[in-house]
Design a protein around this ligand. Structure first.
Ligand code: ASP
Ligand code: MG
Length: 440
């Protein structure tokens, strides 16, 4: 069994939907998970805000705009009149449903119902299109099997037993279409897996069905070794471990949310990142298997604030770090990077919302210096400590860049370096040349 998830841009127009419909017809038994058509979830989010404000006129306007958008899409998608009419009628019930929420008080439950419409629509259109083309497929509603528990964790037992039952009922069919993102919660109400949750859906289904692999199809050919917005030449990374992928995802490679692949990871199922526009390209495979090059990629995270905390009391004292960490905990500020010396500790944070109060509290114990506009450059790979030379190569490449903080050995997958953001482009270029032999 194969799980294939297609994101919003992959089903972003009639042409794209047709293209995906071709791609998924390779005869393999599979479940296809679809996002909402690009832009739809954003539009629905805005409608939700209008509904909370009781702004009927704004709701009407936005629903009218969606109606127009989808009418054009339907017109381009279908060739014959019958499915066209069917699709338009179905769309109409979705719009009427959304409009009905202007009639009385708008609730949290209704909010999630509105947000669910995007995926319900995209999968409905795909199923009608496949039917028009005479393709044997079945639409299986995610709301019949996808459920989260009281802790908002996927209820794997529920998902698995219901999905197995539903698939068994569909005799002679190997192509199943379902909605990403939407689910039921432990009350049985409509809920969702948070923005970007369709990847999570695919990974949960993959784990529940013990699939051979989960494929996430987007509009780039996998994760790249460097940031293409900064350096000219990058290349896709063929293979990554789950740990390496998680580091990269956190540090800037926006292509995948690290938690979204947890279920697949736990079940030992490889996750593949593929490009819808260039399906023949290999993309990136994420699995438990370490492979190939030691250093796989570099990524950067901007908007970092460095806090340097110094206290003579720290010299040979214990309990100082605890005090420092307690301040961060009290203000609920997560720490990213940390380095220490005998009398000082430097930390980085990526949110400055509570910075002023935090600093005030820290100054009770220590002298504190703050530097904003910093960037963490993260070098990811399997940097086994027994292998010599990694550090030398990294720092050799960065020999002309002033380094503020260095964190090495925290995990065997990552070296993090803090620099002033004004040096970011130069650092990423230097690493591209020095580590990957690529022109910058
Ligand atoms: N449509 C939802 C979103 O835009 C879920 C997803 O696409 O993953 O966040
Ligand atoms: Mg109501």
């Amino acid at each position: 069994m194969l799980i294939q998830k297609f994101g919003g841009t992959s089903v972003g127009s009639a042409e794209r939907i047709k293209h995906v419909a071709e791609l998924i017809q390779d005869g393999k038994r599979k479940i296809v998970v679809l996002s909402a058509v690009a832009g739809t979830t954003n539009a629905l989010t805005e409608i939700v805000e209008d509904l909370y404000r009781g702004n009927k006129v704004a709701v009407e306007e936005k629903v009218a705009a969606l109606t127009k958008h989808y009418e054009a899409l339907v017109d381009q998608l279908f060739t014959s009149q019958e499915p066209k009419k069917e699709a338009l009628t179905a769309l109409d019930t979705h719009w009427t449903h959304i409009r009905s929420f202007t009639l009385d008080m708008f609730t949290r439950f209704e909010e999630r119902t509105v947000l669910a419409q995007g995926e319900l629509i995209s999968t409905m259109l795909m199923q009608f299109y496949l039917e028009e083309r005479g393709v044997k497929s079945a639409l299986i509603p995610a709301l019949d099997f996808m459920r989260i528990d009281q802790q908002s964790e996927p209820d794997m037992w529920y998902v698995q037993s219901n999905l197995e039952r539903i698939l068994k009922e569909q005799k002679g069919i190997d192509l199943f279409i379902t909605q990403g993102y939407i689910c039921r919660n432990h009350f049985g109400d409509i809920d969702n897996l948070k923005r970007g949750g369709s990847d999570y859906t695919a990974s949960i289904i993959g784990a529940a069905m013990k699939a051979d692999r989960v494929q996430i199809w987007t509009d780039i050919d996998g994760m790249h070794n460097n940031d293409p917005r900064v350096v000219k030449h990058t290349r896709p990374i063929r293979k990554l471990t789950f740990d390496e992928a998680a580091e990269l995802a956190y540090f800037g490679a926006k292509i995948l949310h690290p938690t979204s692949i947890q279920p697949a990871r736990k079940a030992g199922i490889p996750v593949e990142l593929k490009n819808t526009m260039e399906p023949e390209k290999l993309g990136t495979e994420i699995s438990d298997e370490a492979s190939g090059d030691f250093i796989k990629a570099v990524a950067a995270k901007d908007g970092i604030t460095a806090i340097k905390i110094r206290s003579d009391r720290m010299l040979l004292a214990y309990g100082f770090l605890r005090k420092v960490f307690e301040v961060f905990e009290r203000h609920r500020v997560p720490i990213d990077m940390i380095t220490t010396s005998e009398v000082a500790v430097s930390l980085t944070i990526d949110s400055t919302e509570r910075l002023d109060q935090l600093l005030e509290d820290l100054r009770e114990y220590a002298q504190v210096e703050v530097e904003r506009d910093q960037t963490i450059v993260c070098i990811v790979g399997h940097l086994l400590q027994e292998e010599e030379g990694h550090a030398a190569r990294i720092f050799g490449a960065l020999s002309n860049i002033p380094l503020r903080m260095i964190s090495y050995g925290g995990s065997k997958n990552n070296v993090s370096i803090l620099i002033d953001s004004s040096w970011k482009a130069e650092a990423l270029k230097a690493l591209n040349r020095g580590l990957f032999d690529l022109e910058a």
